[in-house]
Write a protein that binds this ligand. Structure first.
Ligand code: SAM
Length: 281
């Protein structure tokens, strides 16, 4: 595994095979409600240069490679390559670079991109890092290029349950997740992202808010959230920032309890995804 300079804040997830699998599951279950990879307002052409920042497994880039001509150049940036899908099996127009996106990018990337995509940074960035991140990413854009950011209001995730059901573990998981995010300063107001885009000087800003409630992918979404909670709690436990949990075994039991609640009580995790887009003048 390679890692570039670490972010000043801690990353609140783990990087292993189970997290890779979870990210792919999460991507598919979000896409079932979002429906597009590039926001409809983004003008497309055959020679686009696109970057996915905090690319993780690279799933968004791999899906974009399927719908755009191979003449488009697709670059993935991440602070670590530990989650990246098998590098030898990536489409030839995808290139990966190690880069902390809170640090200035090397000159070769400045002003070169038609689209910068960012997705699911809610547990990666501390609350005061969102605006510097937007401003830093804007340096990558050509005039007329777009910044597209897809993220979720994780701290507002709720457990919806039928009357009379009592999903104790699912509720405890969400409560501990929220407490952990607060303890680590990951309390971003996603609703403020649109304002940050405007304040940073992006034009033609648009925001779409999508509540993830598609019953067709509910099981996969539930699974990806329960595992995300377990992984976040594990990361926090390893950082000694989780007083309520005494062992990793306790986290494993909580995860099993959440999955049992989801299976047996018809309850489900529900939250909003925000897609925010803006254009560099
Ligand atoms: C929750 S994952 C999301 C991955 C991918 N965007 C997706 O939607 O599946 C967050 C990713 O951002 C990366 N990351 C976190 N902080 C970063 C930073 N400061 N610079 C670059 N990448 C970062 C992590 O290593 C991880 O791969």
């Amino acid at each position: 595994m390679s890692t570039s300079d670490e972010s000043p804040g801690e990353y609140l997830l783990i990087r292993n095979a189970a997290e890779k699998e979870r990210l792919e599951l999460q991507f598919k279950s979000w896409q079932a409600s979002i429906g597009y990879l590039l926001h409809p307002s983004i003008t497309q052409h055959d020679r686009m240069r696109i970057a996915d920042v905090g690319t993780g497994t690279g799933i968004w880039l791999r899906e974009v490679a399927k719908i755009l001509p191979s003449s488009c150049q697709l670059d993935g940036f991440d602070i670590s390559d530990a989650l990246l899908h098998d590098k030898s099996n990536l489409p030839q127009n995808i290139t990966f670079y190690l880069q902390n996106f809170l640090q200035p990018f090397p000159e070769q990337f400045i002003g070169k991109y038609d689209v910068i995509n960012v997705r699911v940074m809610v547990v990666a960035l501390s609350s005061d890092e969102w605006e510097p991140a937007v401003r830093n990413l804007m340096t990558l854009l050509r005039p007329g290029g777009y910044l597209q950011w897809v993220d979720c209001a994780a701290h507002k995730c709720i457990v919806k349950a039928p009357e009379g059901a009592n999903p104790v573990n699912a509720n405890r998981g969400i409560e501990l997740f929220r407490k952990t995010m607060n303890a680590l300063g990951k309390t971003p107001n996603i609703a403020a992202l649109y304002g940050i885009f405007q304040k940073s000087g992006l034009d033609s800003c648009e925001e779409q808010i999508i509540t993830l409630e598609n019953p067709e992918v509910r099981d996969n979404l539930n699974l990806s959230v329960a595992i995300a909670i377990a992984h976040a709690l594990t990361a926090a436990f390893k950082l000694h920032k989780l007083e309520d949990i005494q062992s990793e075994d306790e986290i494993a039991k909580l995860k099993e309890g959440m999955l049992e609640d989801l299976r047996t009580t018809q309850c489900y995790f529900c939250f909003d995804v925000h897609v925010v887009v803006g254009q560099k003048s």
